[in-house]
Design a protein around this ligand. Structure first.
Ligand code: NDP
Length: 245
C-alpha cells in the first residue's frame, strides 16, 4: 500500500526533526521542508544514519511561488500531500517602541503568510481526494501574548483564526485543521535566550522542565491519524502547565 505523504515545513529544525521522525515511525512518507540547503543535506544524512529515510524539499515559506513549486515537486514524486504540518517559524524580538517594520514583517511573513502559502498549495488536491490533515504549530505566546513579541504573538494568534475559519470551510470534505500551541521546548530557538532569562522561564513551568520535541510530535501524530476525524478547529496546548485557559 502506498504511504500517505506528510509535508513538514521547518522539518530540519528542532521541533521539526521530532515531528518528522515520529511521522516516519507512524508509517508516513515524510518530506521535510527547508530553506537552508547546506543544513538540510547534512540533516538528511544524519537521519539516514539513524535509520530514517526522510525526503527534503526546498521552499522559502514566505514566497508563494517557491512553496507552490515545492508542492508540485513533492506531489509529482510521492503523490498528494495528505498531512501538512506548518511548523516553520522564526522570532525577531523587541519591545514595540524599538521594533522596526522589517522585524515585524519578517515574523508575520514566516509564521503566518507561510500558512496561507502552504495550505493554499495543498488544498485543491486534498479537496479532490476528500481527505487531509492540516496541523499548525502555533505557540503559548500566541495564546497569552508575550512582552517583546508583538510580532510573534500576533502571527501565532493569527494561526488560530486561520485554523478555525479553514476548519469550517473544509469540515464536510474530510479535511481537519487544528493548531498545537507548544510551551517552551528545548530547541535552538529557546537555547539562544540568555541563560538567566531562560532559567527564569523554566521556573514558571509547573512540571519543572522545558518540553522536548517529542512532546509536540506525539500530538502531531495523533491529529494526523485518520481516526482523529472528529477533531477540527481545535487547539491543543502542550506547555507543562505554564498557561491554563
Ligand atoms: P527552529 O529554529 O529549530 O526551526 C525553525 C525551522 O523553520 C527551521 O528548520 C527553518 O529552516 C525553518 N524556517 C525558518 N524560516 C524559513 C523560511 N523562510 N522558509 C522555510 N523554512 C524556514 O525552531 P523550533 O523547532 O524551536 O520551532 C518550530 C516551530 O515551533 C516554530 O514555528 C516555532 O515558532 C514554534 N514554537 C517553538 C517553541 C520552542 O520553545 N522552541 C515554542 C512554541 C512554538 P531553515 O533552517 O532551513 O531555514
Amino acid at each position: 500500500m502506498q504511504k500517505q505523504v506528510a509535508w513538514v515545513t521547518g522539518g530540519t529544525g528542532g521541533i521539526g526533526t521530532g515531528i518528522c521522525k515520529a511521522l516516519a515511525d507512524a508509517g508516513y512518507q515524510v518530506v521535510a521542508g527547508y530553506s537552508n540547503e547546506e543544513k538540510a543535506k547534512a540533516w538528511q544524512q544524519e537521519q539516514k544514519a539513524a535509520g530514517y529515510d526522510i525526503a527534503i524539499s526546498y521552499a522559502d515559506v514566505t514566497d508563494f511561488d517557491s512553496v507552490r513549486k515545492s508542492y508540485a515537486e513533492i506531489a509529482e514524486q510521492f503523490g498528494t500531500v495528505s498531512v501538512l504540518v506548518n511548523n516553520a517559524g522564526i522570532t525577531a524580538d523587541g519591545m514595540l517602541k524599538k521594533l522596526d517594520f522589517e522585524k515585524w514583517q519578517a515574523v508575520i511573513k514566516t509564521n503566518l503568510d507561510s500558512v496561507f502559502n502552504t495550505s493554499k498549495s495543498c488544498l485543491d488536491a486534498m479537496l479532490e481526494q476528500q481527505y487531509g490533515r492540516i496541523i499548525n504549530i502555533s505557540s503559548i505566546n500566541g495564546e497569552k501574548g508575550q512582552m517583546g513579541q508583538t510580532n510573534y504573538s500576533a502571527a501565532k494568534a493569527g494561526m488560530h483564526g486561520f485554523t478555525k475559519a479553514l476548519a469550517q470551510e473544509t469540515a464536510r470534505k474530510g479535511i481537519t485543521v487544528n493548531t498545537i500551541s507548544p510551551g517552551y521546548i528545548a530547541t535552538d530557538m529557546i537555547m539562544k535566550i540568555k541563560e538567566d532569562v531562560r532559567e527564569g522561564i523554566k521556573a514558571q513551568i509547573p512540571v519543572g522542565r522545558f518540553g522536548e520535541p517529542e512532546d509536540i510530535a506525539r500530538i502531531v501524530v495523533f491529529l494526523a491519524d485518520e481516526a482523529s476525524s472528529f477533531i477540527t478547529g481545535a487547539n491543543i496546548s502542550a506547555n507543562g502547565g505554564q498557561f491554563m485557559h
